[in-house]
Structure formats: structure tokens, C-alpha cells
Design a protein. Sequence first.
Length: 339
Amino acid sequence: MKKIKNISIPAINELVKKIQDEILEGKQRAEIAVENEKTITYWKIGKHINRHLLENTDRAGYGDELFKRLGEKLGIGQRTLYRAVKFYENHPNILSARTKLSWTHYRMLQGVKSEEKRKELEQKVINEKLSTRDLNRIIENQSDMKSNKKTSNLNYPIDRGVPLVYKLKYVDIEDNQVLQIDCGFKIYNNSHEKSISKYEENTILQISNKNGRYSISQSEENKSNIYTYKAYIKEILDGDTIWMNLYPGFNTWTSQKLRLRNINAPDINTKEGKKVKDYIALKLNPCKFVIVKTHYRDKFTRYLVDIFYDKNITDEYELAEKGKLLNLELLEKGLVSRY
């Protein structure tokens, strides 16, 4: 090969740097374009659902059933659909919303009930170029501050999850690493091998169930939202321990002895202990089901949990988002102590 003479190394390096910068900027423009289109798409989804609901305001319970059926048919989490509607309602002019923030930013902001605070956070994201992680941290901190004020400085960490949201995990099966859906409680599912094979480990998935047929799609929920289940009371043992039947999905049930997180109830053999147990029965027994958000295990290998309930809510996604937290209520009533 003939050697080319008089090549300027600094000039070549400068050219390489320019090309690398162009490639990086091109990727960034592409990512912005994708996020922009996602924002527009969810805005339009919210618009269609909002107008459909307005046309059917005279039909009792129609909204709950609508979100359930849409979630099943579209393979989109009901919570995401709720937030798309809120996004449209909060930003009726798409031109003012499409270029400000990513859809993920907007989706997170729909959980901020105060319009004034939501707009303040939107502007903060724009001015400080905050990532979604930064925004989530700010929202959680403000939520904690609000909870502290409401609960006389109990400082109870409220951590709501989303049912039927899972992560993927490689599991050792006969000396092979097999990608599985981690349903929690050491229950793994690989019945949708083809559907999950395109995803990487730790990908968060939303599962929709329609008449026993499951559909799988990638979820925008955080990892903190997994391990959340519809559950039924089996037996209330005492003021902080309950046997429950939980539904991890895929026609699978598990029975677990669960320990209420962050609280300590009086001994069941005392008058106070029986009072706590009776209070829990009074609140949970009228419920069709409850939502259980599991955390780590205690030294007795029981899962530590938060229980959300409301006898008037019959949709599991709505209950997970709006239900009353039993643990915190017991603390507020002075029935138990903080553990």
C-alpha cells in the first residue's frame, strides 16, 4: 500500500472530534424527536378518552370499566391511561406542551395535585434541565414533607406501587441462564418466552389480562413500583401480622404470612392488642380486596408490607393509587407504635 505523505495528525484529530460531535448531537436530536412524538401521542390518547368520557357522563361507573377494557385491549397500564387524560386536561393546547418536557416528565407531574405546584415544577425542570430521576426525587421529597405535616411528624414513607408490573431477571435453570418474569415470592414465569426475548434483564414490563389471555408491553413505571399485588384477607393473626392470598399474575396464587411495615402492635393477649386486631378487621373485611406493596423480609422471613384499602374502590389500579394506607392509619390512631 502506498503511504500517504504530509498527513497532519492534529488536523485529523480535529476532524474526528467534529464528526464525533455531529454523531452525538444527531443522537440527541433523534432522542428529543422521539420524546416529542411520544408526548404528542399520549396527549392525543388523553384527548380521545376525555371526549369519550364526556359523551358518556350519564352512565354510572362507566369510567372505571372503560379504563379497564382499554388497558386490556391496548396493552397499556390503566394508570398510564389515567395520566394521559390528566395530561390532556392540564395542557389542552398541545403546542404549548409538545416541546417543553418529555412525556416521562409530564407523566410524573400528573401525580402532583396542586396546579400551582405542578406548573412551578414544570418551569423548574425547564430552567434547570432536570432529568426524570431528579424530578422524581423532588416530588417524593415534597410528598414526604406533606405527609409529615399531615401526620404530626410521623415521617412515614408512603410507597405506592402498581399491580401487574414486573421486571425481567435471569434465573439459573439446569445450569442455564433463562430470562424470566420475576413475579415476586420466588415465582418466575417464562410462558411468554417469545414476547420477552426482545427485552434486556431488569426491563420493567406491564402485564394486561383479558379473559385469561395475557399481553406484555414495556412499562414506564419505576422499579420501585413492582411487587404490588391484589390480595384477599385469609386470617388476621394480630395487630401487625396477617395471612393473605396474593395474586402474582399468570393464574398463580400464593399464600403468605405478612408483617405490616414500620409498626409494632401490642401483644395480642392484651386488651390493646385485641383492639388493634378488631380495628383491622373492621376496616379490611368489608373490602372486596386490598392492595399489598411488598418490601424486604424481616428476620423471620416474613415480607414487610404496606396495605392500601378502600371498600368503595373496586378497580385495583385506582385502589393502588388512591387507597388509604392501613399502616399509617394505625399510627395516627395511636393504636400501634413506630417500629
